[in-house]
Design a protein around this ligand. Structure first.
Ligand SMILES: Nc1ncnc2c1ncn2[C@@H]1O[C@H](COP(=O)(O)OP(=O)(O)OP(=O)(O)O)[C@@H](O)[C@H]1O
Length: 594
């Protein structure tokens, strides 16, 4: 209950910050709407008594008053709707911003790579969409609370014991809350299978995966697995809904008993001459109003409950993701240029929540100005090494030193601003081409010359040629006039993005050529080397992860990763002479290409 009140208070405060005038208008109109019906009830009592006593003029005036009150009861909530609709939209925008900040606010990749967080984000995303209804519920409840108070006071005037009638509203409210908790717990339990089921649907609708589904004839298999997951989810939700409905029905029965007793009590008073006919009419009207007020509150409880659910989940996620990243100006500044290089000292790493070390006792010095290639078999730990160098995760043991300064002392934002990267799983920003590439260096996002130069460095000028409006061409399927690119073309633009920054201390290219053909990769690598030499003037390091040994043989340093360890490091000549793992794998690939 405390949590609910805090969440409700927080929502009203949020509304007030958005617009005090609209908040006042919405609350005022809802209170007017909630109190109009009980006032109409008491006017009806007076009208009946006046009519029975022959006071016709008074009865007519009361009739007009009742009509006005009924119109107010019917229309005030509609006018309130106009005021709170805009507030609800603004609040939803704010919740969504909180969600985006939470998902991306941490410098770590943990939120994105941990399935538990992914589940919580999925539930929150869905719940945030419902927050529009929660504001309506909150305002309606405040109006109803005033109406119920007024009704209770009037009932007490008729007979003191009737003051307790609204108390019978408590069991349905408590039962409503419990019922919603039952359904909420089921939603939490089924979040993972729901996400998996939705992923399966996405598999069938995404054009990239549709090809495989057809060739491997997986449609039936996907349908079967989807049905299995859906049965699991809907079975659990259905059982929870059934328990919740039973609980609600039983609690309504308690109230119905109280209602009938109240009417009988006042009717008996009228027969014995202690009450008037108007009193009987009033108790019938008020008691039925209590009934409808209770029913409305009970119906609103799930929406209110949802509000505290969103609030709670946002807080839980905030706690789970730890404290926000330090302000960019806190901590140690990144060096302006690298003099010695980046050193990994006794570095071991296990992903959060796991025990197994995916990197073990890594001791490595990446000299300033070097082009470093990282090779190794699938699952060897290359991408994990890259994630550590990008500062996405902290080492479990050991340290990364940037010119002697521990990377952990440099705020992530500062470090990210001084590096650049192209990843195998690159983003497809559906903007105009200039922005899709330009966001690699936001301050120069709209500089055509900077974008053209970045595309040249990435050997990606050819992507522009067929595009109708060149750099101004809108990309992506989300737009009716958006140009669709091939996987390789998207990757080239991602590479252009990676080359936007002029003087990065570290340029990471994690399998940036996976979607390109061997010839394009070879040509690209030569450009990388030229580009790397320019970066090297400031001591910048270019780190390239690749599977193709032929393309990396000209790198200044080759690091061979095997089973989470650095198996060998040196230049191509040295490693071949040593006749170790590199020489073996190089010979193997060379034979394959012959
Ligand atoms: N987010 C994660 N959580 C837990 N374990 C992970 C995560 N990402 C990778 N791993 C594990 O870390 C190990 C190394 O994976 P990594 O992606 O670094 O290898 P890789 O050399 O880049 O492989 P590939 O060449 O296939 O891309 C693997 O055993 C993998 O299962």
């Amino acid at each position: 209950m405390r949590r609910l009140l805090i969440a409700a208070g927080g929502l009203l405060a949020m509304c007030w910050r958005q617009s005090p005038g609209k908040t006042l208008a919405a609350v005022g109109l809802m209170i007017a709407s909630g109190t109009a019906m009980p006032l109409a009830g008491i006017s009806l009592r007076q009208l009946v008594n006046a009519a029975l006593d022959g006071r016709i003029g008074e009865a007519v005036l009361l009739g007009v008053l009742i009509a006005v009150l009924l119109i107010a009861a019917l229309t005030c909530s509609h006018f309130a709707h106009i005021a709170y609709y805009e507030l609800a939209e603004l609040n939803m925008l704010r919740y969504n911003h909180q969600l985006i900040t939470l998902a991306n606010g941490s410098s770590s990749l943990e939120a994105h790579e941990n399935p538990e967080y992914a589940d919580r984000l999925t539930v929150l995303e869905r719940e945030v969409l419902q927050t529009r209804n929660t504001l309506q519920a909150l305002l309606a409840t405040s109006g109803l609370a005033f109406g119920m108070l007024l009704t209770a006071v009037m009932l007490a005037f008729l007979h003191p014991v009737l003051f307790l009638l609204p108390l019978l509203a408590v069991p349905p409210i408590l039962a409503g809350r419990r019922a919603e908790q039952i359904v909420d717990a089921s939603r939490g339990r089924t979040a993972e299978p729901t996400r998996r089921a939705l992923n399966l649907v996405h598999l069938t609708t995404a054009s990239a995966t549709a090809k495989e589904l057809k060739v491997f004839q997986l449609e039936d298999e996907v349908r079967r697995r989807h049905s299995e997951l859906w049965d699991l989810t809907s079975g659990d939700l259905w059982r929870a809904q059934r328990r919740a409905t039973l609980l609600r029905a039983l609690s309504q029965l308690v109230f119905a008993t109280g209602y009938v007793s109240a009417v009988l009590l006042v009717a008996h008073g009228a027969i014995t001459g202690r009450s008037t006919v108007g009193d009987v009419v009033l108790v019938v009207v008020l008691a039925s109003q209590v009934n409808s007020q209770v029913a409305q509150v009970v119906a609103l409880v799930p929406d209110l409950q949802r509000l505290s659910g969103v609030d709670r989940r946002l807080r839980e996620l905030q706690d789970a993701l730890g404290r926000p990243a330090p302000a960019p100006d806190a901590g140690t500044a990144a060096p302006d240029r690298l003099r010695s290089g980046i050193t990994l000292r006794g570095l071991s790493f296990a992903y959060p929540g796991t025990e197994a070390l995916v990197l073990r006792d890594v001791d490595l010095h990446l000299p300033a100005g070097a082009t470093v290639a990282v090779v190794g078999e699938n699952g060897a730990g290359k991408s994990s090494l890259v994630k550590m160098l990008c500062g996405f995760y902290r080492p479990t043991h050991g340290d990364i030193l940037v010119d002697g300064t521990p990377l952990r002392a440099i705020p992530s934002k500062t470090w990210h601003a001084r590096m650049s990267a192209g990843f195998q799983d690159f983003a497809r920003y559906e903007f105009v081409v200039r922005q899709t590439v330009g966001v690699g260096d936001l301050p120069r996002e709209s500089s055509e010359s900077a974008v053209v130069e970045a595309l040249r460095r990435a050997h990606a000028e050819d992507v522009l040629a067929p595009l109708p409006d060149g750099l101004g061409t809108q990309l992506g399927k989300s737009y009716s006039d958006g140009a669709e690119l091939s996987g390789g073309q998207w990757q080239k633009l991602a590479l252009g993005r990676a080359f936007m920054r002029d003087r990065p201390l570290l340029l990471v290219l994690d399998e940036p050529t996976a979607a390109l053909d061997a010839e394009a990769e070879d040509a690209l690598f030569k450009r990388y080397i030229t580009q790397a030499r320019k970066i090297a003037a400031d001591g910048g390091i270019t780190l390239l992860v690749s599977h193709r040994f032929s393309t990396i043989s000209t790198a200044d340093m080759i690091v061979v990763v095997a089973d989470g360890r650095v198996a060998e490091a040196g230049d191509h000549g040295e490693l071949i002479r040593r006749g170790g793992l590199y020489a073996e794998l190089y010979a193997l690939q060379a034979r394959g290409y012959r």
